[in-house]
Design a protein around this ligand. Structure first.
Ligand code: EPZ
Length: 428
């Protein structure tokens, strides 16, 4: 099992390129199931989760071709891979447990398979470290569109000769729920309206690609999305949007280490809430056309956050901000309202010397003068990022175990951080 060894205390400085967004690429790859024609994606991030999704699609009969870009973590902006998927030969509408258990985003094949093939057998994703992660809203929506769905032996079995447009309302805002139902609705008979839809930029990126494929969608980015079903979709080429969570993570790392960085291929427009909060910590931030610059103050001011669906402060940035608050001046109150168990990084930060008290879904973080390196354990993707940031700040060496979590969502992490001056290396 790989580990990351970090010698902390070095302010980050310099420039790195932001990769394509994992959480846009995952639903987009599934959208290729909706047509018999090839779909090409550019700026695809080179990540383990992407590899898992491509394997899942290939075992369904989808032809996958992937041209790797220049080595991961290089300086050139948007160097991502080019991936072409051809689902003409789709002949196995099954997502098996062995593959789904490693990546719950596999549930995103459900809607497209029912819409295109009239049936699907998809393993229930099961929970993960941050919560139970049920998919009842995905099932409720497809049922409302006329699918026959039953759940047995841990699999969702769905069948529909042709889905019918319906008026859908999700009980809570769900990103992949919105994406699954929007994809299914593209080939349904008639109009589908999704109320209480997720407004995340990744939903908009997916809608833009579906429209390029011939879908008739309006309202994506708002909380009501209308889809007029069509008979078939055709091929298209789509460039994956920049990863706003990767961008936020590097901004936090530069802020926490008192550094000054420029992130290229990054878009500030999808990060308003995060940039606002970083400015409240005392950072100077300049948004260029497709880059973001940050200059940190000598000492950060603690900042309270409350996670909520887009455009509010994203849950995927909560762990990274806890690392910032661990060494900031003052006390921060951090409310996690999306997932029921997303504070596992707190106990690991405490091992590095942080002063954090957890009470239900609220964390009280009292900034300390310094953190001291130690051995810590990653538990989920963004918790791992939080530990990396803390390791970059801590005095002495920090060894982070179970970093396979990081490899799922951060392309060339140690190369990019080393390019910014960090003393970081992967050890067996
Ligand atoms: C997406 O997960 C992201 N993943 C997550 O990013 C992100 O944290 C999350 O949205 C929230 O922004 C991808 O896009 C691949 P939800 P998703 O459905 O869609 C509950 C990362 O680090 N819920 O919006 O699975 C659910 O339990 C990952 O990149 C139901 O109860 O999240 C949660 O409490 C982590 N029933 C809340 O809604 C359902 O049917 C929001 O979940 C669906 C969701």
């Amino acid at each position: 099992m790989d580990k990351l060894l970090i010698a902390g205390g070095i302010p980050l400085s310099g420039e790195v390129a932001i990769s394509g967004a994992k959480n846009a690429a995952l639903p987009l790859l599934c959208a290729a199931l909706l047509t018999k024609e090839p779909v090409t994606f550019t700026n695809v991030p080179h990540l383990n989760d992407i590899g898992t999704m491509l394997k899942l699609l290939a075992q369904m009969g989808v032809k996958v071709s992937r041209e790797a870009a220049v080595p991961a973590g290089t300086q050139s902006a948007g160097a991502g891979d080019t991936v072409t998927l051809d689902a003409a030969g789709l002949d196995n509408a099954v997502a098996p447990y062995e593959m789904v258990k490693t990546m719950r985003a596999s549930i995103l094949v459900l809607g497209p398979l029912v819409a295109r093939a009239g049936e699907a057998r998809v393993s229930l994703p099961g929970g993960c470290a941050i919560g139970a992660r049920p998919v009842d809203q995905h099932i409720k929506g497809l049922t409302a569109m006329g699918a026959e769905i039953n759940v047995e032996q841990g699999y969702v079995h769905a069948r529909a000769t042709r889905l019918k447009g319906a008026r859908l309302f999700t009980d809570m805002v769900t990103v992949t729920g919105t994406e699954n139902l929007m994809m299914a609705a593209c080939l349904a008979q008639g109009e589908t309206v999704i109320e209480n839809a997720a407004r995340e930029p990744e939903v908009v990126d997916l809608a833009n690609c579906l429209i390029a494929m011939g879908a008739r969608i309006s309202g994506a980015g708002g909380d009501v999305i209308r889809i007029q079903g069509v008979e078939a979709l055709h091929g298209a080429t789509h460039r994956i949007m920049p990863d706003r969570i990767e961008t936020g993570t590097y901004l936090c790392a530069a802020a926490a280490t008192g550094g000054e960085v420029r992130l290229t291929g990054a878009s500030a427009t999808s990060l308003d809430a995060v940039i606002d909060k970083l400015m409240d910590t005392g950072c100077e931030i300049v948004a260029e056309r497709d880059a973001i610059r940050l200059k940190a103050p000598r000492r950060l001011t603690a900042v309270s956050v409350r996670t909520a669906p887009y455009p509010a402060f994203p849950t995927d940035m909560q762990a990274q901000f806890m690392a910032i608050n661990a060494v900031a001046d003052g006390t921060a109150v951090m409310r996690e309202t999306i997932f029921e168990n997303r504070f596992m990084h707190a106990v690991e930060l405490i091992r590095l010397g942080a002063d954090i008290k957890i009470d239900g879904n609220t964390a009280f973080v009292k900034g300390v003068a310094k953190l001291d390196g130690a051995t810590v354990m990653a538990t989920d993707l963004r918790a791992s990022a939080s530990l990396v940031i803390a390791g970059l700040v801590a005095q002495g060496e920090t060894l982070i175990e179970r970093i396979y979590h990081l490899d799922r969502g951060y392309e060339g992490l140690e190369q990019k951080l080393a390019a910014l001056g960090a003393d970081i290396r992967r050890v067996k």
